[in-house]
Design a protein around this ligand. Structure first.
Ligand code: ZN
Length: 194
């Protein structure tokens, strides 16, 4: 039988998800929340998948060079080893983690921790990305952030891949992707020819 954490004498934890396209400020928002917790003297731990080595092995870096030290891990189960004195757990680039992240994040929340997950909700094909859709289903709080469409200036929800590589995981920045609204995304490379 499922028992509310309250009845087991524990502080209640919860799950927050920050999602959106590339260049939408997900990591900036994650760092803002984590820094605010640190100002309140709460102990914070941050994890990221080992696959994401675009900038640095140990720092979570946003596009504006804001950063907090993070631990790269190769499987989501490693987040369960977080210290008992840690009250806030941040997870960046969560779309690259295994599906077990969904249950592991719930275990952490049930143990009384605030868990903040940031990640891409859609891949470059416009399909739900990795464990993010499952996390959205189980989270208490969801924030969808938007970029600005490179072509029309509307809010962008999609990450358009400028190269023709097929792999879902192609790391890169402005040379490989651009944010687009639904309509401009749907026009595909017709826009490139203009
Ligand atoms: Zn557009």
């Amino acid at each position: 039988m499922f028992l509310e954490p309250f009845f087991r004498g524990q502080r209640s934890g919860w799950i927050e998800v920050i999602c959106g396209s590339m260049f939408s400020g997900k990591t900036e928002e994650l760092l803002r929340r984590l820094k605010r917790a640190k100002f309140a003297n709460q102990k914070v731990e941050i994890y990221k998948p080992r696959v994401d080595t675009r900038y640095d092995n140990v720092k979570v870096v946003s596009h504006d060079d804001n950063f907090i030290l993070a631990t790269p891990i190769d499987h989501s189960a490693k987040i369960l080893k977080v210290g008992g004195d840690v009250t806030v757990v941040g997870i960046d680039e969560a779309q690259f983690f295994d599906q077990d992240l969904i249950q592991n994040v719930q275990k952490l929340a049930l143990s009384g921790k605030r868990v903040i997950v940031a990640g891409l909700d859609m891949d470059f094909r416009g399909l739900p990305f990795g464990p993010i859709p499952g996390l959205l289903a189980v989270a208490e709080y969801i924030t969808k952030v938007h970029a600005i469409c490179s072509h029309c200036g509307n809010l962008a929800t999609h990450s358009y891949r400028l190269s023709s590589e097929d792999s879902t995981v192609v790391l890169g920045e402005k040379d490989k992707y651009e944010p687009r609204c639904r309509s401009c995304y749907n026009m595909g490379n017709i826009l490139d020819l203009k």
